[in-house]
Design a binder for this molecule. Structure first.
Ligand SMILES: NC(=O)c1ccc[n+]([C@@H]2O[C@H](COP(=O)([O-])OP(=O)(O)OC[C@H]3O[C@@H](n4cnc5c(N)ncnc54)[C@H](OP(=O)(O)O)[C@@H]3O)[C@@H](O)[C@H]2O)c1
Length: 423
């Protein structure tokens, strides 16, 4: 078992990692072998396939099972498509209390629900215990149509904490805690009073196992540092009470309503030439233009079709690889399939190359924006922005741990072996 003081400063955040993706498996392997022993997941990440990825890894490499500090979280009710008949029967039989938020979107801190989720997490991860189990964004209760009230929120949290103390005694978890974007932050309507949580756990048990506090932290989101009530910040309270502070979403920032990711991509762009990107786009446009002319006897051009107009407009302006993927999947590919029908293979290669170039543009734009941001904030750039950010959050702002979405082996390598623990 990993002692709290032996957890690596950086951990693997698996929000975007999935058992079906071999690269994600390799990323976990690379990270663990490099000495990152903290892994964060949740019952709802990737519809449960993030927990399955960790289970798959431990099945293949059981020697690491006792050498990792694994955190999971519960609270989100599974959507109907993921509910087994067993689960539905259990919910009915136990009359589980749930907060209805939207159609097919509910939340619950009912101990019977957490019990079910915990057993499912243990099964998927394939271990007898978890190192920490967290209540996942309890502030969601405020959005509910049937159960939104401050009194209910604290009652539900207290019941859940009491239940989790029992699970510690049973050996199913070692510690418990909370993951939330609304802790001790009076600027938020749904703020959760952290001092109240502290007195709650102390009254449940002097020697409690409430140890882990997770919250968003990056150069733009620093509510955890704000001195609030009695001139204390969330981080002050965490440190003063011997808890551990874990920052999440370290690179995903919100800059005046604009989401952007603090990443630089110099290495992957070294061999990329913008001229090739333009030639490749022109090649695709020429082919599609000719196809449209043939199909419409010369009466239409590509400018009459929105996906083609959008491609020309956004090709050089994407800001994230995910946006490129969404545009191709939702707009461009369905249109091309429509006009090429059985002959899509004619343009498959050029479309893939255009997509790769669009991704390079997105990476170039991210790099430019990240550098401009760091310059404007007067933050010196180390060999890359991830190292820069982790170093600042840990050594300047004194968080105990940072979760990074290390979903590719090269993302692990970019940390250059820093922030690890030897196993
Ligand atoms: N997101 C949330 O709302 C949230 C909430 C609670 C907890 N958490 C926890 O915190 C963890 C971290 O947050 P996050 O996954 O949202 O993202 P993050 O660590 O802030 O950003 C990771 C993303 O940045 C990009 N990237 C580019 N170069 C990178 C590099 N060298 N190293 C790492 N990333 C690089 C990757 O995007 P591409 O691969 O797409 O290029 C990667 O998916 C989560 O996985 C989860 O465990 C997250």
């Amino acid at each position: 078992m990993v002692n709290l003081k032996d957890i690596s400063s950086v951990g693997v955040g698996t929000y975007r990692m999935n058992v079906d993706n071999e690269i994600h498996f390799q990323a976990i392997k690379t990270a663990v072998e490099a000495g990152y022993n903290l892994i964060d997941t949740a019952t709802n990440y990737q519809k449960g396939k993030s927990e399955e990825l960790i289970g798959h890894f431990l099945k293949k490499y059981p020697e690491f099972a006792g050498k990792l500090f694994i955190i999971s979280k519960a609270g989100y009710f599974p959507p109907q498509t993921l509910q087994s008949s067993d689960f539905v029967n259990y919910v009915n039989q136990k009359a589980i209390e749930k907060a209805e938020i939207e159609a097919d979107f509910a939340y619950s801190l009912d101990p019977n629900f957490i019990a079910y989720q915990l057993e499912s997490s243990l099964k998927k991860i394939g271990r007898e215990y978890l190192d920490a189990y967290l209540l996942h964004n309890p502030e969601r209760l405020f959005q509910s149509k049937n159960l939104a009230s401050t009194t209910y929120l604290y009652q539900a949290i207290e019941r859940a904490f009491k239940f989790l103390e029992k699970k510690v005694v049973e050996g199913k978890i070692r510690y418990y805690g909370i993951s939330s974007g609304a802790l001790f932050d009076p600027s938020k309507e749904e703020s959760i009073d952290f001092e109240k949580l502290l007195s709650m756990v102390k009254s449940i048990q002097e020697n409690h196992h409430f140890k882990v506090v997770q919250f968003p932290f990056n150069f733009k989101e620093q509510a955890a540092l704000q001195k609030n009530y009695d001139q204390q910040s969330l981080l002050d309270l965490i440190h003063k009470n011997g808890l551990i502070a874990i920052g999440n979403r370290p690179l995903n920032m919100n800059d005046n309503g604009m989401e952007f990711r603090l990443v630089t991509h110099e290495k992957s762009l070294e061999a990329w030439k913008e001229e090739d990107a333009q030639n490749c786009l022109n090649d695709l446009l020429t082919q599609v233009e000719s196809r449209i002319k043939t199909l419409t006897n010369g009466n239409s051009s590509s400018d009459d079709f929105e996906p083609m107009v959008l491609l020309k407009k956004h090709y050089t302006h994407f800001y994230a690889a995910e946006a490129v993927e969404t545009f191709f999947q939702k707009h461009l590919l369905p249109f091309l399939q429509l006009i090429y029908e059985e002959e899509t293979s004619l343009i498959e290669d050029v479309v893939q190359t255009v997509k790769d170039h669009a991704t390079c543009y997105a990476h170039k734009n991210q790099t430019t924006k990240t550098k401009a941001f760091l310059k404007q904030e007067d933050i010196p750039l180390k060999s890359n922005s991830v190292l820069t950010a982790c170093d600042a959050y840990l050594n300047h702002f004194h968080l105990n741990h940072i979760l990074v979405g290390l979903r590719k082996p090269q993302y692990v390598m970019a940390l250059e072996g820093a922030f690890t623990k030897l196993m």
